[in-house]
Design a protein around this ligand. Structure first.
Ligand code: GLN
Length: 493
């Protein structure tokens, strides 16, 4: 099975009988057998024979003339915090506290994938409860980047991004609260979409920061993300923040000429940004101009508030959401405690990792009486103000361009000592979550050392189709998404 085909190509070939779903599954499992243990991608995995037999059923149905769904036989990975009801798979959210949790129901997105005849083959490694930017906060050890195994894959959906970059799945779902789909996509050279808040149901996504969380997808190309988004979005009566409106449509092939693009100074003039990353942004800027778009530099003063605003809100919401992990309802329990309170505290002390505890404590602090107005209340006000600023900006511009992360994949352990340095990696990504707008990461020119660089386009809320169409049009021209980490594709299945 040629891994240089896009997801859409593979779907078409399977449906036409040109490629057998079984052969695709074999190829994906061959990658898994060779590289899963060294890269640490899957937390739970469908046994090979079961995955192959599910693919074989798809092949039989196709040859008997049955019309199948849009993902017939496609091996899909889901992040460890998206609930799946399958006796072979479990959810741990990258944490010890859940033990081997078997969900009694499927997340809405999982139902949608299954309705389209996808084969969900496993749950992927992540930072504990999606808190992190490198997948180093997983209780189950970090995932490694297939471009350089001494480096992080980005996070928190690191396993999801590596599953795509290394051919261990053809489509992956992740969650993005402050960049967790886009950052790993950018560091692993794949495409990753964070849709508008409310377009993809969060029902069955284990909550981190509920007003920021959004399920998104990772795939080999922006066109593939577009295809996947068309399947996973839509109103869900199970979810109160799920939007009811119909999204505005976009042309099949978007035109770049006439587009008005904003390039914030803060994304390209900051000294802390890697020069290769900045060069890659400028290269896309020039390409857009060459094709008739206007790119205007602006200084966006409010960008200096995005990190503190995001972290106050995310910590506050996390401290409340994680209250449910108490040793009574889910997962592990520290037995033989003298009181209910000590059962709670000893279970949480053992079950949560350092970063999660830090966030619960800080989140509880910013919500506590006396400090609520000073921190949480203030952050809410700043967020509302930012939403207005961004709405005004989108009256003048169609998209905001920038890098996804200020630097390419860094060495494992390099930023562990200083949590603040890690938080600053989110400077370009959190704005889309704070303002509920859609944003996509697509590969730009790699660094001189050959590491992937992700470029971000942010669009107007609920204009996801437009964003995806434009990103696909750009990828047709740049073709950086076709670069693959040679190390993991050296031996052909
Ligand atoms: N890096 C951010 C954080 O640690 C974002 C995480 C995410 O999007 N889940 O909060």
């Amino acid at each position: 099975m040629p891994f240089d085909l896009s997801l859409i190509d593979i779907v078409e070939r399977i449906k036409s009988g040109e490629l057998r779903a079984e052969a695709v599954m074999e190829a994906v499992y061959s990658q898994i057998n060779q590289y899963n243990s060294s890269l640490n991608v899957y937390r739970s995995l469908l046994p090979r024979e079961i995955a192959i037999s599910r693919a074989r059923i798809i092949d039989e149905e196709i040859s008997s003339g049955k019309t199948l769904g849009k993902l017939a036989g496609i091996p899909v990975s889901i992040k460890d915090n998206i609930c799946i009801k399958d006796p072979e798979l479990s959810n741990a959210c990258g944490s010890q506290i859940l033990g081997e949790y078997h969900s009694p129901y499927n997340a809405t997105v999982v139902e949608k994938l299954l309705q389209e005849d996808a084969v969900i083959i496993g749950t992927t490694n992540m930072d504990e409860f999606a808190m992190g930017s490198s997948t180093e906060n997983s209780f189950f050890s970090p995932t490694r980047n297939p471009w350089d195994t001494e480096r992080v894959p980005g996070g928190s959906s690191g396993g999801a991004a590596v599953s795509i970059a290394s051919g261990m799945a053809l489509l992956a779902l992740g969650s993005d609260t402050g960049g967790s789909v886009r950052q790993p996509a950018s560091m692993c050279g794949v495409s990753g979409l964070k849709p508008s808040y409310g377009t993809v149901s969060r029902y069955g996504l284990v909550a981190f920061g509920s007003s920021l969380d959004q399920i998104g997808c990772l795939a080999p190309s922006a066109a593939d993300c577009r295809y996947a988004f068309s399947i996973i979005h839509g109103h869900d009566p199970h979810e109160s923040t799920s939007a009811k409106l119909k999204l505005s449509a976009a042309p099949d092939v978007a035109k770049l000429s006439g587009l008005r693009v904003c390039l914030p100074d803060e994304y390209v003039a900051a000294e802390s940004f890697d020069p290769d990353v900045v060069r890659s942004v400028h290269e896309l800027e020039a390409l857009l101009q060459k094709h008739g778009a206007t790119v205007e530099r602006r200084s966006l003063d409010f960008l200096k508030y995005v990190i503190p605003t995001y972290y106050v809100l995310a910590f506050a919401e996390a401290s409340s959401n994680l209250g449910r992990f108490d040793g009574i309802r889910y997962g592990i329990r520290k037995q033989d405690q003298p009181s209910l309170k000590s059962l709670y505290t000893s279970t949480r002390k053992k079950g949560f990792g350092v970063e999660v505890k830090r966030r619960i404590m800080l989140g509880t602090f910013v919500l506590s009486s006396g400090y609520y107005d000073q921190y949480y209340g203030r952050a809410l006000q700043v967020r509302a103000w930012m939403e207005k600023q961004v709405a005004l900006l989108f009256e003048e511009f169609d998209f905001i361009l920038g890098p996804v992360s200020p630097f390419p994949a860094f060495k494992l352990g390099e930023k562990n000592e200083d949590p603040l340095a890690m938080y600053l990696a989110d400077i370009c990504s959190v704005l889309a979550n704070l303002t509920r707008t859609p944003a996509i990461s697509i590969p730009g020119r790699p660094t001189s050392d050959g590491l992937p660089v992700g470029l971000q386009l942010m669009g107007r809320r609920f204009e996801d189709h437009n964003l995806l169409a434009t990103a696909s049009a750009i990828q047709e021209l740049t073709a950086f998404h076709k670069l693959r980490p040679e190390k993991v594709f050296a031996t052909k299945p």
